[in-house]
Design a protein around this ligand. Structure first.
Ligand SMILES: Nc1nc2c(ncn2[C@@H]2O[C@H](COP(=O)(O)OP(=O)(O)OP(=O)(O)O)[C@@H](O)[C@H]2O)c(=O)[nH]1
Ligand SMILES: [Mg+2]
Length: 352
């Protein structure tokens, strides 16, 4: 690995971090969140030993009870004496631009425990998505030596899918109010869920949602069609199987069927089963070689993130580029160009 030099300040910070000092972690997070000079070298140094922690993501629509469930799950892991990091990604408030206080208040019960470190982050723009810095904060918590890192992301639609870029196991939390299984399918949740949890199981509609989700998962796996006899010369079961083998080659191993669980995060009903299921998924990840595959996929995303960010930084830092930008704005104002012609000039200058 390329040796990097840390500033003396970051050298001291790295020492505190390595000694397991929580204040060192908190400080490292703020350096990374604010992209202070040298933050990449610091990350490079702390991440040298590779990922160790078990990472579990919780995602789902706003108000599904993700924070309550994370708090319940964290309490159970603490009973097993695990040390935990929790990253909660709050939607950026359109009013304050900062993290909403809600999560902190709800997680109050566990936040006094020194065995848990909780960090709430604003998402900075992409609602519910995982900003590059969020993944870096998860990496920091991992490198700090927590046994497990729990990541809560809120979102609707595509942005939820990004949680796979930070977690080994993705728990999708739905509630009877959040809609039906068809909506979950459309939102791409079937693809990312390792475990479905129907929370607020005390509410009406929970059993129906569970049934729908199970049917949808069953359909997706093709098993629902397997027993249907060939019709008009077409065996639907075969068609589905063939599609699956061509579309999903070796990197999507079989052997994990996504369970649908129910919980009540307020009474802890079903939380023990959720913990067992997460453990089973972990064993499967290891045995099927899927953990390795997911870590590789994550590494690729992280490299792309860093390159994207650096390219932007290099571009807008350059005074030549800034001059071309100003000229482009003038050209457009004078009716002499478009954003595309201006961008082309800038990109040509950068490639040179
Ligand atoms: N009845 C019932 N209420 C619940 C349950 N779990 C959570 N709640 C309540 O639902 C509300 C939202 O819970 P949160 O844990 O904040 O939900 P969240 O998904 O983290 O919300 P955001 O982070 O804002 O998207 C709170 O008032 C909880 O007390 C449950 O199992 N049953
Ligand atoms: Mg929450």
């Amino acid at each position: 690995m390329t040796p990097v030099t840390l500033s003396s300040e970051h050298e001291a910070l790295f020492e505190r971090f390595s000694d397991g000092k929580v204040l060192g972690l908190a400080r490292a997070i703020s350096v990374v969140e604010n992209e202070r000079p040298g933050f990449q070298e610091l990350l490079h140094t702390v991440m040298a030993s590779g990922p160790q922690a078990r990472r579990v993501g919780f995602t789902g629509p706003p108000g599904a009870g993700k924070s309550s469930l994370v708090a319940a799950v964290a309490t159970e892991y603490r009973k097993l004496d695990e040390h935990l990091g929790v990253v909660a990604v709050d939607p950026t408030s359109p009013y304050s631009g900062g993290a909403l206080l809600g999560d902190r208040i709800r997680m109050n019960d566990i936040s006094m425990d020194p065995g848990i470190f909780i960090r709430s982050m604003a998402t900075r723009g992409s609602l519910g998505g995982l900003a590059a810095t969020t993944k870096e904060v998860v990496d920091l918590m991992d490198a700090f030596g927590f046994d497990r890192v729990l990541v809560e992301t809120v979102g609707v639609g595509q942005t939820e899918l990004e949680v796979t870029a930070a977690a080994d196991t993705v728990v999708v939390v739905l509630v009877p109010e959040s809609g039906d299984a068809i909506q979950a399918m459309k939102a791409g949740l079937m693809e990312i869920a390792d475990v479905f949890v129907v929370n607020k199981a005390d509410r009406p509609g929970a059993p129906r949602l569970v049934k729908e989700l199970r049917q949808a998962l069953h359909l997706r796996s093709g098993s629902a069609l397997r027993d249907i006899p060939a019709h008009h010369g077409v065996d639907l079961g075969q068609v589905v199987k063939k599609e699956r083998t061509t579309e999903a080659p070796a990197e999507a191993p079989e052997g994990w069927s996504v369970p649908v669980l129910t919980t009540n995060a307020l009474t802890n009903d079903g939380v023990d089963t959720l913990l067992e299921t997460i453990q089973e998924h972990r064993i499967w990840l290891d045995e099927a070689g899927e953990l390795e595959r997911r870590r590789r996929a994550r590494a690729e995303i992280r490299i792309r993130d860093v390159v994207d960010r650096e390219m932007r930084r290099i571009a807008w830092k350059s005074s030549d580029v800034r001059a071309l930008l100003a000229r482009g704005v003038d050209d457009i104002a004078n009716g002499d160009g478009t954003p595309y012609s201006a961008a082309e000039v800038i990109l040509e200058a950068l490639m040179r």
